[in-house]
Design a protein around this ligand. Structure first.
Ligand code: SF4
Length: 234
């Protein structure tokens, strides 16, 4: 089975997941209540599948779908301000064919990048519980098995900690104490490098904590470490 088939199969399983009762209730209630601006749209309201290039050497890890963003559109980071920033940066750095990301049929294609998240369901107040984070890590583990990425980009401190924890549990030699999160922080593990990036949330982009140039620098570095020009898997 090809990576594409395996990832498609995984996503098909994922969208039926109901392992976290609180998140199931929330994602479905938001899809009924809707935001006034989107009242004529049919919300996705289910676990949001990962997407991207099935041969990607770069795995981007976000936190969780936004209630009226990915929980509405059904695609990671699609339909919210964080996604506007993320995809614009991926486009500028040659990792996406376009900057716009408004819906699943908008023609967006990623190159060398696969986007996943710590949680695939929108949580109340953007805050999954520890148990919900633990329940959802099986999906990222399965993606790591399939993709064996050379670079993992962690968007935000929580994703940074989660990535180091998951990779450590999978036998990668994570230093002790764990390296602190920072923008462009980097940890080279056995065969995979984790890069930290401030999350492109409005909290960071409105305040200037994260600029376009800073986010671009993360993906330029990731692509360089992933060996741009090398065939996938080499
Ligand atoms: Fe399943 Fe993850 Fe959604 Fe929990 S957050 S219901 S584990 S997909």
């Amino acid at each position: 089975m090809t990576n594409r088939d395996r990832l498609r199969h995984l996503n098909r399983e994922l969208v039926g997941c109901r392992a976290c009762p609180r998140l199931v209730r929330w994602r479905e209630q938001v899809a009924i209540d809707k935001r006034a601006a989107y009242r004529d749209e049919t919300y996705w309201g289910r676990p949001v599948p990962s997407f991207g290039d099935p041969s990607a050497p770069i795995l981007v890890v976000g936190l969780a779908p936004a209630a009226h963003g990915a929980n509405r559109t059904g695609r990671m980071f699609t339909g919210d301000r964080s996604g506007d920033w993320l995809f614009a940066s991926l486009h500028r750095t040659g990792l996406a064919n376009q900057a716009e990301s408004v819906g699943v049929d908008d023609g967006l294609e990623l190159r060398r990048v696969w986007i996943t998240a710590m949680n695939h369901c929108a949580p109340p107040a953007n805050a999954p519980t520890a148990a919900e984070r633990d329940a959802c890590r099986r999906w990222m583990e399965a993606e790591l098995d399939i993709l064996t990425p050379r670079v993992v980009v962690a968007l935000g401190g929580l994703a940074w900690s989660a990535c180091l924890r998951v990779l450590g549990d999978r036998g990668h030699p994570v230093p002790r104490p764990r390296p602190p999160f920072g923008h462009l922080a980097e940890v080279a593990l056995d065969g995979v490098t984790v890069i930290g990036s401030y999350h492109p949330s409005q909290q960071n982009t409105f305040t200037g904590r994260l600029t376009e140039a800073m986010l671009d620098a993360v993906f330029v570095r990731a692509d360089s470490l992933a060996g741009r020009g090398r065939p996938p898997g080499k």
